[in-house]
Design a protein around this ligand. Structure first.
Ligand SMILES: Cc1cc2nc3c(=O)[nH]c(=O)nc-3n(C[C@H](O)[C@H](O)[C@H](O)COP(=O)(O)OP(=O)(O)OC[C@H]3O[C@@H](n4cnc5c(N)ncnc54)[C@H](O)[C@@H]3O)c2cc1C
Length: 409
């Protein structure tokens, strides 16, 4: 088995496959530890998968655990949604996850870049790789999992062409300000008309290091382009200017490096589902959530689910070259399991797509805060949504507003 990309998706898949006794090669174009542009927040879905991987305690031992996530609207309405939440810089999280794959028996090879597939007829039977100095290598594998993240080059090289641009773009930097931790006990997300279509954030992390950034979505739910994206640097300046507590945090702290930006791929859209012998997983498969841009949990989950789909009836164990009919049937069965697993995630993606309306109509956050103040039990519903125990059906528009005004759940 070949897993390309040792981010959360690839390392989760590699760990599960190796734990089941499969021969797994995990490759990445970067040497580890490496940075990954991210907000570093682990929401409940990430906690759940880390638990299934047997890694939650290890991650939480290093992370800053936080009790809730605070959402703030343009008129100052606030709601703090409780949940299993934590923040751990990706440089550390990803090194830990890749190490856990190796601990399970996977071989990690870096820096090797995926440049194309090996094919036997129409089936993918491995990959072509290139070292930093251009030295080529070919790796045969019964299955290749492409966990190369949001940048589309590897998808193109794999024939899983992602014609669309990213779903959104985002930018973050780290700020050292340990004295401010008491004032910022939880991750905070700020929506405002001047930050449309997106939001700004302040996430406290371990060691008094804050992760600050802005996110804008660039696509509507149907995949249509919304026009040119605003400059992220300009948005960040606006974000700081609009919020005096953020201004005070920035003025009192010390930047640890420059802002770095990256694209996001959301809603399980933008790539082909796969080819026989090759599946994209994680953000290569569009696994982030559109409303918030959060995607570590679903990257881990798609990695885990893809590995389980391959392990279910031994499809991952068949030898190369593929023995004709038997391989075809096993491939088709594995693909059915993967498709079913993705379909089970779809309601959560649709809910976060509907919630993306708040990125364009930020006053909805004020309405939400008002509705929770009016009936505090609604906070339980929000916590259940965050924890994925409840999937909201209503679009956050006039119909939902009417329901809130009428006082029903
Ligand atoms: C600014 C920003 C803030 C975010 N904030 C959050 C947040 O707070 N919480 C959250 O849950 N999510 C957040 N996300 C989303 C999150 O970062 C992604 O969902 C997550 O990293 C996806 O994991 P992955 O394993 O699919 O891909 P990645 O983490 O991107 O890993 C991909 C790996 O593949 C390797 N690779 C790429 N191409 C090749 C190639 N050709 N050959 C070999 N290796 C290759 C890369 O080096 C990398 O190691 C944020 C994203 C951005 C941009």
């Amino acid at each position: 088995m070949l897993v390309v990309g040792a981010g959360p998706a690839g390392s989760a898949a590699a760990r599960v496959l190796a734990q089941a006794g499969r021969d797994v090669l995990l490759v990445d174009q970067a040497g580890f530890p490496r940075d990954k542009v991210c907000g570093d927040a682990l929401i409940p879905d990430a906690h759940r998968v880390l638990e299934r991987l047997g890694l939650l305690d290890r991650v939480l031992a290093e992370a800053l655990r936080v009790p809730a996530v605070r959402m703030r609207g343009p008129r100052g309405g606030e709601v703090a949604v409780p949940g299993r939440l934590a923040v751990l810089p990706r440089r550390r999280l990803d090194a830990l996850l890749a190490g856990a794959a190796v601990e399970a028996g996977a071989r990690l090879a870096t820096p090797w870049r995926f440049v194309g597939t090996l094919e036997h007829g129409s089936r993918v039977v491995g990959a072509r790789l290139a070292a930093r100095d251009g030295r080529p290598a070919a790796v045969e594998a019964r299955w290749t999992l492409l966990a190369t993240g949001a940048r589309p080059q590897a998808l193109r090289d794999a024939g899983l062409a992602a014609a669309r641009g990213p779903s959104g773009v985002s930018m973050r930097a780290y700020l050292h300000h340990p004295e401010a931790l008491a004032r910022w006990p939880m991750p905070s997300m700020f929506w405002h008309g001047a930050l449309r279509p997106g939001y700004g954030w302040v996430f406290p992390g371990p060691g008094g290091v804050f992760n600050l950034g802005v996110y804008v979505t660039g696509r509507d739910a149907a995949g249509g382009a919304r026009g040119a994206l605003p400059s992220l640097h300009r948005l960040f300046e606006r974000f700081v200017a609009l919020h005096p507590p953020v201004r005070a945090l920035v003025d009192g702290g010390r930047w640890l490096g420059p802002f770095k930006g990256a694209p996001l791929r959301c809603s399980l859209r933008g790539a082909e589902a796969g080819r026989p012998g090759l599946w994209p997983i994680g953000e290569a498969a569009g696994s982030s959530y559109l409303l918030s841009g959060e995607g570590i949990g679903k990257a881990l989950e798609t990695g885990l689910l893809a590995a389980e789909a391959l392990l279910a009836d031994g499809a991952a164990a068949l030898a190369l070259p593929p023995p004709g009919g038997a391989a075809g049937a096993a491939d088709a069965a594995a693909e059915r399991r993967r498709a079913a697993a993705w379909a089970a995630l779809a309601p959560h993606y649709r809910a976060y797509e509907r919630g993306d309306l708040a990125n364009r109509q930020p006053w909805l956050i004020d309405v939400l805060a008002w509705a929770v103040r009016r009936r505090p039990a609604r906070l339980d519903t929000l916590a259940a949504i965050l924890d994925e125990r409840h999937v909201p059906q209503a679009r956050p528009g006039p119909a939902l507003l009417a329901r809130l005004l009428l006082g029903r759940r």
